[in-house]
Ligand binder design. Structure first.
Ligand code: NAG
Ligand code: NAG
Ligand code: NAG
Ligand code: NAG
Length: 256
């Protein structure tokens, strides 16, 4: 057997041990106030629970295998090229701040269909890291590489989670299968960007482009929105899945 294969098996074994340890330890009421699916105020109960999870998510839930979310280190992030924008933008080594201050305004849930919708506001979301950009932004060519920061104010969005019932070791679980983020059309309220090192470090062109980006952020955000939404989906779904897989359904809704 090769060393590589040995390591893989060893890692799988360790992973299994961790899962077993988690399965034995997790108790939802240590993290949030559980709801009853027949509660006439179920939406409000789930809203409150989601708010509790988000507030605690800053530090993560190491005992549940959920990493710290605020600040979060994202090694690689690409905003996909979209038609009108014709630009590819990627970040490496980025730090994202602000998720822990998310306000969950309302929830609309259907525990039978396994649909969990949340209306949230992220008051301030700041990304900084090393960027690479190439393409066109509204008609103007843009290229560059260097440090960048982007600060969004008041991102209003819907998070729609769907799932299905899954059975593990004779227990029913909620397996989340999809997240759809939809950012409201009139949000965010403001965006400020700063890209160092645009156009090979040409200061005049770089300053001009930064001013242009800050003045035209509404149009740019409109074009970037699908990519930004998809990046929220890709980032948050696995974390939500990881959290939920620790708790049998009967713990989520203590009357099921
Ligand atoms: C979880 O915690 C609650 C409240 O502390 C307790 O009543 C319940 O027995 C615990 N459940 C498990 C499975 O440990
Ligand atoms: C990313 O961060 C790591 C650790 O902080 C560092 O070693 C690496 O050089 C950084 N990469 C870039 C492209 O800055
Ligand atoms: C949740 O949101 C989705 C997508 O907007 C929508 O189709 C669905 O009807 C909503 N469900 C509930 C229970 O609000
Ligand atoms: C963004 O970067 C610029 C230039 O490096 C810096 O002056 C500014 O303070 C940074 N803003 C934030 C919010 O980090």
């Amino acid at each position: 057997m090769s060393d590589g294969m040995h390591n893989t098996i060893l890692l799988q074994g360790l992973g299994l041990l961790c899962l077993l340890a988690l399965a034995a330890a997790a108790n939802l009421s240590d993290y949030v106030t559980p709801c009853k699916s027949k509660d006439p105020e179920l939406n409000e109960c789930v809203r409150r629970a989601a708010q509790q999870v988000l507030e605690k998510s800053s530090k993560g839930f190491p005992d549940l295998g959920v990493p710290a979310m605020d600040p979060a280190k994202i090694p690689a992030l690409a905003i996909d090229r979209t038609g009108a924008l014709a630009m590819s933008l990627s970040f490496s080594n980025s730090t994202h701040q602000g998720l822990g201050s998310t306000v969950v305004k309302s929830a609309r849930v259907d525990p039978v269909a396994h649909v969990y919708n949340f209306s949230v506001v992220i008051p301030k979301y700041a990304v900084d890291g090393i960027y690479d950009v190439n393409g066109r932004v509204i008609l103007l060519p843009i290229t560059g590489h260097g440090k960048a920061n982007i600060t969004f104010t008041d991102i209003e969005t819907e998070w729609s989670f769907t799932g299905q019932k899954a059975t593990k070791d004779g227990q029913d679980y909620l397996k989340l299968t999809k997240l759809e983020t939809s950012i409201h059309p009139d949000s965010p309220k403001n965006v400020q960007v700063h890209f160092d090192g645009l156009f090979g470090g040409n200061k005049i062109l770089g300053d001009t482009m930064n001013d242009f980006l800050n003045q035209n952020w509404k149009e740019i955000v409109k074009q970037l929105k699908p990519g930004v939404q998809a990046s929220f989906d890709r980032r948050l779904l696995p974390v939500a899945q990881r959290f939920m897989e620790n708790f049998p359904l009967k713990q989520l809704f203590d009357d099921q």
